[in-house]
Design a protein around this ligand. Structure first.
Ligand SMILES: Cc1cc2nc3c(=O)[nH]c(=O)nc-3n(C[C@H](O)[C@H](O)[C@H](O)COP(=O)(O)OP(=O)(O)OC[C@H]3O[C@@H](n4cnc5c(N)ncnc54)[C@H](O)[C@@H]3O)c2cc1C
Length: 474
């Protein structure tokens, strides 16, 4: 079947847009989460929405599953291909179709790299606000699918707050647009659906004006608790920084080894606090932030003097995930959410878990919005080390849930965290979510097997849950 599809795709898309050579297919066998791997049955690289629609219709007719892929930087295995399926890669769809500064919007194809949007609109005085640390390589299509965040999402919001419309190819192969009219918020359902509700082929994004002033502070603390207290004090004072990021000693050590960012070596934790906005407001709030950090126990404060200085401060944070490779042969990048106020308690619990298990954990996080990224280190050459790291990683998610948080803040569920969903949701909740998926994707061929721990065919979902006292309909 795949061989026949390959021929059909070559005829329509051209031979250079179809890959079925086993060696070349291996390039696509995983995303940023490398321990889930599968070689795709076939890879196609369409160049337009019409070509994507053609590919999807052919797959549906043949009953073959398909998975969309942007840049493959996802950290939950969302773009993990199927050996019996087609991987639809958007890297040939990289045109910025329109820049409309008067209406503060731009229209881009899904394969456009996040940072390239800002580069294209900067001459007009704008930028694209959502800034995942992977923004030099990840695609806008992938950002939409994951509802990606970033350091500056504390003030500016996630991808969902910056996407005005999406042209999509529905799971049955029709081209339609979401987000341009009244009715149910189907765009809201699509953003963050991790590629299970169709493939986006054109995205209208909101542009944000470049702020008049930016101030960036690197503050060093004697403990993570004092750094956490500074975060609470800043937010409690009614200040909304553009970003508040925290790194603990192990994460600082890794960043230093990788990119020599010059963070104070004796700090148990550092905070990066960035303020932006009108000049006078930023100046007065920045002075207040510095005072609050000092009162919380900061023993060193470094203010970025210019853009080069600012870039160096951010370099350590942005490289933190990859940098951990310098101090550990292998690691799990975890992603969980807790209420900001629970930060000191949860960090103490993570430290306890680490000491009891002997598994080292480096902490990097968006402290302002309680989005933790514990990096669980292990040596993959050591027998059982991976399993021990997995246990610690799962226990951290339990801590997040116990504090009223979530098992993911921005990296998605994908294939990796599907097994954790029942810790947050009942079976009825999950069935209700799958009814949404079925409304979009009756053939169940669009990125199947992702997100849900108990994938169901559409006809299998009970509309009335047996045993509910009033035969509750949902
Ligand atoms: C070093 C590093 C740092 C990171 N930092 C952050 C961070 O700060 N914040 C953050 O949120 N994430 C971060 N990530 C995770 C990742 O970069 C984001 O999830 C990103 O949005 C994925 O984009 P991508 O183009 O690589 O998507 P892929 O990995 O290719 O795909 C991700 C998901 O999107 C789906 N998809 C892709 N294209 C489409 C499309 N056109 N239509 C429908 N579905 C589609 C795929 O099926 C898959 O489910 C980081 C990753 C790395 C490796």
């Amino acid at each position: 079947m795949l061989r026949r599809l390959a021929e059909r795709f070559r005829d329509r898309l051209g031979p250079e847009s179809v890959i079925d050579d086993p060696v070349r297919l291996r390039t696509y066998e995983c995303d940023g989460l490398t321990y889930h791997r599968a070689s795709p049955g076939l890879v196609v690289l369409p160049g337009s929405a019409e070509e994507v629609a053609f590919v999807v219709r052919e797959c549906v007719e043949a009953g073959v599953p398909y998975v969309a892929r942007g840049s493959g930087t996802g950290l939950s295995g969302g773009a993990l291909p199927r050996t019996d399926g087609v991987l639809v890669v958007t890297s040939r769809m990289r045109r910025i179709l329109e820049v409309d500064p008067d209406n503060q919007r731009a229209v881009v194809e899904p394969g456009v790299i996040n940072l390239d949007v800002s580069k294209a609109v900067r001459p007009h005085g704008y930028y694209y606000a959502p800034d995942p640390s992977s923004q030099q390589i990840c695609s806008i299509g992938g950002n939409v699918a994951e509802n990606s965040g970033g350091a500056h999402c504390l003030k500016y919001g996630f991808t969902a707050n910056h996407v005005l419309a999406c042209e999509i190819v529905t799971p049955e192969g029709e081209i339609t647009t979401l987000g341009d009219g009244p009715g149910y918020d189907l765009l809201g359902a699509f953003i963050g659906a991790e590629g299970t509700l169709g493939i986006t082929t054109k995205i209208t994004v909101r542009l944000t004006r470049i702020p008049q002033a930016v101030e960036t502070l690197l503050a060093a603390f004697p403990s993570v608790e004092t750094a956490g207290a500074a975060v609470s004090a800043i937010i409690g004072a009614g200040i909304v920084p553009a970003a508040v990021e925290m790194m603990d000693a192990l994460a600082i050590e890794a960043a230093e080894a990788a990119v020599a960012c010059g963070y104070p070596a004796d700090a148990a934790a550092v905070l990066i606090v960035e303020l932006d906005g009108p000049e006078t407001e930023v100046a007065s709030q920045f002075a207040r932030v510095r005072l609050l950090c000092e009162e919380a126990g900061a023993f060193e404060q470094r203010v970025a003097r210019d853009d080069a200085d600012r870039a160096l401060i951010w370099k350590g944070r942005r490289s933190a995930f990859a940098a951990v490779g310098r101090i550990s042969p292998a690691y799990i990048v975890q992603d969980g959410v807790i209420p900001r106020t629970a930060l000191p308690e949860v960090l103490a619990d993570i430290d306890r878990l680490s000491r009891e298990s002997g598994v080292r954990v480096a902490n990097v996080f968006h402290a302002g919005d309680g989005n933790l990224h514990p990096l669980v280190l292990f040596d993959d050459a050591e027998e059982g080390a991976g399993e021990r790291a997995e246990l610690v990683s799962g226990a951290i998610l339990d801590l997040c849930i116990a504090h009223g948080g979530s098992i993911t803040g921005e990296h998605g569920v994908g294939v990796d965290k599907a097994r954790y969903l029942p810790r947050m949701f009942t079976e009825a909740d999950l069935d209700t979510m799958q009814m949404v998926r079925c409304a979009f994707d009756p053939p169940n061929l669009c990125n199947p097997g992702k997100v849900f721990p108990t994938p169901r065919l559409c006809g299998e979902i009970p509309r009335v849950r047996k045993g509910s006292p009033d035969g509750e309909l949902f």
